[in-house]
Design a protein around this ligand. Sequence first.
Ligand SMILES: Cc1cc2nc3c(=O)[nH]c(=O)nc-3n(C[C@H](O)[C@H](O)[C@H](O)COP(=O)(O)O)c2cc1C
Length: 193
Amino acid sequence: MPKRILVINGHPDTREERLCSGLTKAYVDAAAAAGHDVRRIDVGALSFPLLVRFEEFQTPIDNADIRKAQADILWAQHLVFIHPLWLGSTPAMLKAFLERVACGGFGFDSGTAGNPKRALSGKSARLIVTMGMPALAFRVIFGGYGERAFERGILRLSGVWPVRKSYFGAVELSERHRERCLATVRRLAGAGR
Ligand SMILES: Cc1cc2nc3c(=O)[nH]c(=O)nc-3n(C[C@H](O)[C@H](O)[C@H](O)COP(=O)(O)O)c2cc1C
């Protein structure tokens, strides 16, 4: 079944030579070739202010890039986030983007009064994470903590489920290893997963 898929490249650096750029292009191209309806956001190409005050969090944001991102998220059935692991978690710019998207009670709002709205129920997600350390070390030694916060504290509280994860470790190892990562992403995209 063709799906409406939104691919979000969460790398602040959108240059082609970044692996996350390559993975994003590979996912978008393979998903479109398989008949899925695909949209793409490159967080590093957006312009939005950092969220500073609690009152701003309660107010719908008047920013064209964020408004469009919110519309794309509502449109999508499947959300794909691609980002590098930076200091054990998402790059700050991706987190800042998510904080801004959540303004005004939009879906990612995890319920500031302890009452999550789960406004994005019915959508699934995949987190594709690149990292310098071996993926097994991130899973076992670090317990995948940064991604668990993203998965449980943001996506699942918003009703997004299931949230699947693909960790690509030791990405500086060799060009051949990177090619294997790209091939895995093309397979996932073709299946709309
Ligand atoms: C600021 C910064 C922090 C990083 N922190 C980690 C880390 O905590 N764990 C890790 O395994 N790799 C870490 N790395 C390595 C990146 O994850 C790796 O360079 C990236 O996944 C490669 O993908 P890219 O080509 O798309 O940038 C860090 C890199 C940078 C620049």
